[in-house]
Design a protein around this ligand. Structure first.
Ligand code: UGA
Length: 442
């Protein structure tokens, strides 16, 4: 093995685990990905990504060919590994706000009998604060010479590989004393390249490390809902939320990033993370500290309702029987993830209210159709918009942002477009004779 290479296992090969495993192998480490899903393991092992993520396919091909990246369903399939990453999902519990920890518990139960003295277990999953402390106790009872590190992950879907290889920061939650110091040294070897490039590092305790993750996502969600609340004000007053965001964003203390007003946040992280955080605060008796997140959640959900209202407004008061083309199904561009997708929730609402909705997306149609069997999907954009009386852009894929109104005009029945992400150029569409409307601006 190359100098500095670490032998590691990655338990859970979803978005987080598959990207982490492939990225670690690309750094020269010896990696075994472990997952219970045999179909997923077979795809990954043959160098194919089970989901759309730019850059991941190439790393999978390279790693599996070189033999430094393997995948298995065998829980004991990485006997040589000394560092074990826990990358399983923590979805929202059905009908509750709290996180479902069954996959984390299963991953730990699977690792415990394999632990050797000196091994590291590295938690990357997003968990309710207190989980790491509990796992550390379980480990101490079985192999006291193994150490737990809490090392939250901040990758964004669509940019997952670059975020993993060049993160904004590395956070290690470690125990006090010699075991903690040793764990830091081992993880520093794992992340040697990013550290050499100057990535800031925060070494802290388990509790803080777990909180950092949910605090970061809560702040991001709050930023989005803040600007969407301003959009509501702009809608009531005739102001322009884009110019407002630009203007406040010039204040470096505020910053322009994550102030894009529109349909709001979705996906497998921000919505469930703020809800799980509120639930955990309730358990800890400090729910008041996070009641503002309830408001963040409601502002976010109101944007979807507002979008449907706007569709009705521009359709002379009724969408019943109207052909409506929805451009975008993924919760954000460069992803085929449809978990809690604002675009699909708007499409479903309009469909329920009697509109004749056709949804298209460059990547997410298979996932969307599997999850929303009652909606009509179309992979070809020209077919999706044919005879539409209204076009809605709900996910800002570059191909939708670059759409030429002159190309679209002969295909549709009426030239009306709603921009759910404030991603199009209003002047261009209006100059081409279209009715253009967006959230938060005239
Ligand atoms: C988010 C965080 O950004 C990551 O740092 C974190 O690691 C990840 O969750 C996680 O917990 O695993 P992700 O869910 O991939 O990443 O997507 P984001 O880029 O954060 O976008 C979330 C949603 O917010 C999308 O629906 C997006 O359209 C929306 N958004 C984003 C806005 O409506 N406005 C903005 O200005 C930015």
């Amino acid at each position: 093995a190359p100098h500095g290479a670490v032998s590691m296992s990655v338990v859970g090969c979803g978005y987080l685990g598959a990207v982490h495993a492939a990225s670690m192998a690309s750094l020269g480490h010896d990696v075994v990905g472990v997952d219970v899903d045999a179909a997923k393991v077979a795809e990954l092992a043959s160098g194919r990504s089970p989901f759309f993520e730019p850059g991941l396919g190439a790393l999978l091909v390279d790693g599996t060919r070189a033999g430094t990246l393997r995948f298995t369903t065998d829980p004991a399939g990485a006997p040589g590994a000394t560092v074990h990453f826990v990358c399983v999902g923590t979805p929202q519990r059905r009908g509750e706000n709290a996180a479902d920890l069954r996959h984390v518990d299963a991953a730990v139960a699977q690792l415990l009998p394999q632990l050797k003295p000196g091994d590291l277990v590295v938690g990357k999953s997003t968990v309710p604060v207190g989980t790491a402390e509990r796992i550390a106790e379980q480990m101490a009872a079985v192999e006291p010479a193994a150490t737990l590190v809490w090392n939250p992950e901040f990758l964004r879907e669509g940019h997952a590989v670059e975020d993993t290889l060049s993160p904004d920061r590395l956070v290690y939650g470690v125990p006090e004393g010699a075991a903690g110091e040793r764990a830091v040294a081992v993880l520093d070897r794992v992340y040697a390249k990013a550290l050499a490039a100057g990535t800031p590092q925060v070494v802290t305790d388990y509790t803080t490390a777990q909180l950092v993750k949910v605090a970061a996502n809560s702040f991001l969600a709050t930023k989005i809902s803040f600007i969407n609340a301003m959009a509501e004000l702009c809608e009531a007053t005739g102001g322009d939320v884009i110019q407002l965001a630009d203007a406040i964003g010039h204040d470096a203390r505020i910053g322009r990033r994550f102030l894009n007003a529109g349909l709001g946040f979705g996906g497998g992280c921000l919505p469930k993370d703020i809800r799980a955080f509120m639930a955990r605060a309730g358990e800890l008796g400090v729910d008041q500290a996070l009641t503002f997140l309830r408001e963040v959640d409601s502002i976010n959900m109101r944007r979807r309702v507002r979008m449907v209202d706007l569709a009705r407004e521009v359709s002379s008061g009724s969408i019943v029987g109207r052909r409506i083309a929805v451009l975008g199904a993924a919760f954000k561009p460069h992803s085929d993830d449809v978990r809690d997708s604002p675009a699909l929730s708007v499409a479903a609402q309009m469909s329920l209210q009697g509109a004749d909705v056709v949804v298209t997306d460059p990547q997410a149609v298979p996932n969307a159709a599997a999850k929303w069997p009652d909606l009509v999907f179309e992979t070809d954009l020209a077919t999706a918009v044919r005879d539409a009386e209204l076009v809605l852009v709900l996910t800002e894929w570059p191909e939708y942002v670059a759409l030429d109104p002159a190309w679209l005009t002969p295909l549709v029945a009426r030239t009306r477009i709603l921009d759910g992400r404030n991603a199009l150029d209003p002047a261009r569409w209006r100059a081409a004779g279209w009715t253009y409307r967006a959230l938060g601006r005239r």
